[in-house]
Design a protein around this ligand. Structure first.
Ligand code: NAG
Ligand code: NAG
Ligand code: NAG
Ligand code: NAG
Ligand code: NAG
Length: 456
């Protein structure tokens, strides 16, 4: 007997499928991705963003959690996450009433509600025929002969997408935190010599510290073996292209998530881990981005803190979570510290010892079991002195040897603080350090190495 569907069920399914499939298409049918010159959008909750032909990407003002604030950005418009992949205006939020104009002579111009110019797309010397929000996530300004005058892909922020290429000399910055889009402490750079690196930097001076990931695609003997482009191809593979056309793979070869069925993105996360993610194109409200690969392998260990302040910044201890992302915690019990603890980390393989000195009354109530400490191979151990209130006698309580040579202790501590200045130009040379330790030259009172003040 043939199977029959009762009438009311038939209508139920009809409307169900109508809403599921037809409605989304009808809302994006108004766009073909083209934005005419002279068009503008205003930062408010009514104006619709400029959508790509399929509606996957949107360009415009994305409302932020804080009321009346918006981010000029490009984002995945359909997925629940609405993930931001590019931002303008240096990531600075914009208030209600600000306006973005597509002008023929200056490209995109952002101004506040009083008409003051805040930001514009760079280096437009020609006349723009139209703008186009591509389904790749690239917003382009196009000349009448179809030449791209400006592309968001050429000014990446913290994310790369399939079909995007980074040329040598290119850089992307992490944001400052999950919700603060200003440039943060970490960089992903394709150096002119052909190496791809991840490094921390000094936020105030932009001084780049040592790399914590190096691809090794620089051949000093034969430049044709050196890398010159980072390519994220339309199949979802990232690799470094060498000048001799060979590939250095970043994405593992056995990629199981084809771009026909999955969205891909690669982001330098605010914590310094560079990760390629996938997200199913068919999704429900709980679908999330899942990592495919990331660099470095262990950021807690790879940022060794010889320069800068370690993966977590000063006065934190770094542990790695299941997604190879760092988790930063306060050291147990010593939250009143005055001297900065740099390069704190917790891992079975840490090759060295840290000595934390507590006042007895400040000892943590619950002590973690002592981690296994392997024998140090070389002098990698870090000596860290943490005071519980910044007076020196508290640090050296009952330490007769130290108390006996008070002046020397004070000098050693001050030299130590000079050596951990975040700005490397302030740190003394080894020769100067030796002279300071020997007492040959005077040790000046050092400035605070971080926001934690040095007193007494
Ligand atoms: C998009 O539509 C506009 C008119 O709505 C038209 O002028 C333009 O040529 C179209 N662009 C493409 C790429 O089809
Ligand atoms: C959109 O991007 C694809 C891939 O880069 C490119 O082939 C296509 O020409 C772009 N479309 C337009 C209208 O620029
Ligand atoms: C982001 O952080 C910077 C630097 O700390 C700060 O100046 C800025 O106000 C922050 N922005 C937001 C939106 O909180
Ligand atoms: C470059 O050449 C030097 C000397 O010929 C050799 O020692 C070195 O291993 C070479 N480096 C590479 C990366 O091939
Ligand atoms: C440099 O390397 C390429 C292969 O990448 C090789 O064909 C070429 O002969 C090398 N040049 C020299 C001078 O060794």
């Amino acid at each position: 007997m043939a199977c029959a569907l009762p009438h009311h069920l038939f209508f139920f399914f009809f409307f169900f499928f109508f809403f599921l499939f037809l409605l989304p298409f009808s809302t994006v049918a108004q766009t073909n991705g083209t934005v005419a010159v002279g068009t503008s959008i205003t930062a408010n909750t009514k104006d619709t963003p400029w959508l790509s032909p399929s509606g996957v990407f949107a360009f415009g003002f994305k409302p932020l959690q804080e009321k009346n604030l918006f981010l000029l950005s490009i984002w995945y418009h359909q997925i629940p996450d609405q993930t931001v992949v590019w931002y303008g205006n240096d990531g600075i939020p914009i208030s209600t009433g600000s306006k973005l104009d597509l002008t023929p002579d200056r490209g995109l111009v952002l101004s506040d509600s009083q008409g003051n110019e805040l930001w514009k797309s760079q280096f437009i010397v020609d006349s723009v025929a139209y703008g186009f929000m591509n389904d790749t996530g690239n917003f382009v300004l196009v000349r009448s002969d179809s030449f791209n005058l400006w592309e968001s892909f050429k000014y990446p922020t913290d994310t790369m997408l399939p079909t995007q290429i980074m040329e040598s000399g290119g850089v992307i910055f992490s944001r400052l935190s999950e919700t603060n889009f200003s440039q943060g402490r970490f960089q992903f750079r394709l150096l002119l010599d052909g190496n791809l690196v991840l490094n921390t930097r000094d936020i105030t001076t932009n001084f780049a510290y040592d790399a914590y990931y190096i691809s090794g695609t620089f051949d000093p003997n034969n430049s044709s073996n050196s890398g010159y482009q980072v390519i994220f191809n339309d199949a979802g593979f990232m690799y470094i292209l060498r000048r001799n056309n060979q590939r250095f793979d970043l994405t593992p070869q056995q990629l199981l998530f084809p771009t026909t069925e999955y969205y891909h993105r690669a982001t330098l996360n605010f914590d310094g881990v560079f990760t390629q993610y996938y997200h199913p194109k068919s999704f429900d409200s709980s679908t999330k981005w899942t990592p495919i690969w990331s660099a470095p392998d262990n950021i807690c260990l790879n940022i060794n803190g010889e320069e800068g302040s370690g993966a977590c910044g000063f006065n934190s201890i770094c542990t790695l979570n299941e997604y190879k992302r760092p988790e930063c915690k306060c050291p147990p019990g010593c939250f009143k510290k005055k001297l900065p603890l740099s390069n704190g980390r917790q891992d079975r393989s840490v090759n060295g010892q840290a000595f934390l000195k507590f006042r007895k009354s400040d000892l943590p109530l619950v002590r973690p079991p002592p981690p296994p400490i392997p024998k140090p191979k070389k002098k990698e151990g870090t000596l860290i002195v943490v005071g519980s209130d910044g007076k020196l006698d508290a640090l050296v309580e009952n330490d007769m040897e130290a108390l006996n040579d008070w002046k020397t202790l004070e000098r050693f501590l001050m030299v130590g603080i000079w050596c951990i200045q975040e700005d490397p130009s302030l740190r003394p040379t080894m020769r100067k350090v030796t002279q300071m330790l020997e007492g040959v030259v005077e040790v000046g009172l050092p400035p605070s190495p971080s926001q934690f003040s040095y007193t007494n």
